[in-house]
Design a protein around this ligand. Structure first.
Ligand code: AMP
Length: 223
């Protein structure tokens, strides 16, 4: 089963994706994380992506499609995987179907009103070492400015600065929302209310995924 997480920046895709990955045993693949790693390691691909990412703009389809193609061919993705941040436009959705078209899929759309997204992103701090994510209001680290897990100093992402946040949300609304209509037509889109506590949202997401996996299993055993 392929699970695609759709949702604006700040909708909680990363946090929820991690929890879902742990509960269901599928790896979470975040194109944002893969790109940030390439930037950090100063690879050619990272250098090509860096300026666009800083402005909150999308990196070329070719680059991200290459990253995803390589990642999903790993043995740990054989029984399924969770995509966070990909596809982000229709061209990427079509490319994904070409790469791995036969796999059943479910698309979970995490829905959050824009003012809440802006508030969440401007209070987000991340650990540059282990990628843990904190929110200074609802999920603050125990020691101010320090990662609970690995004790590194927390940083604010370049693209979580207020002027860039608005650009990222606009890019999402312009491009990614077309994907919702596309997946609605395919009857695989499942909206989830993304407001509330991390635990409450996770319970909604886990409910959706468990139901989809049960349906898949039922179809498999039916003669
Ligand atoms: P994210 O962590 O998903 O918010 O992604 C951070 C940034 O990485 C985005 O603002 C884009 O610049 C880039 N990025 C991540 N995924 C994609 C994608 N599927 N297509 C194009 N650019 C992407």
């Amino acid at each position: 089963m392929r699970t695609i997480l759709l949702g604006a920046p700040g909708s909680g895709k990363g946090t929820q994706g991690d929890l879902v990955a742990k509960r269901f045993g599928f790896p979470r693949i975040s194109t944002g994380d893969l790109l940030r790693l390439a930037v950090q390691q100063r690879t050619a691909l990272g250098k090509a992506a860096e300026a666009l990412m800083k402005q909150g703009l999308l990196v070329s389809d070719e680059i991200v499609e290459g990253l995803v193609r390589e990642r999903i061919s790993s043995p740990d993705c054989r029984s399924g995987y969770i995509l966070d941040g990909f596809p982000r436009n229709l061209a990427q959705a079509h490319a994904l179907e070409k790469m791995d078209g036969k796999r059943p899929e479910v698309v979970i759309g995490i829905e959050v009103p824009t003012p809440i997204l802006v508030k969440r992103l401007s209070r987000r701090w991340v650990c540059p070492e282990c990628q843990a994510v904190y929110n200074m209001n609802v999920q603050a680290p125990k020691d101010k400015g320090r990662c609970d897990a690995c004790r590194s100093d927390l940083i604010q992402r370049d693209d979580d600065k207020p002027e860039v946040i608005r650009e990222r949300i606009k890019v999402y609304q312009d491009q990614t929302e077309k994907l919702i209509r596309y997946y609605q037509k395919k009857s695989v889109y499942r909206p989830v209310n993304g407001e509330g506590t991390v635990k409450a949202i996770f319970q909604r997401m886990a409910g959706v995924l468990a139901a989809e996996l049960a349906k898949l299993e039922e179809n498999r055993v039916r003669p």
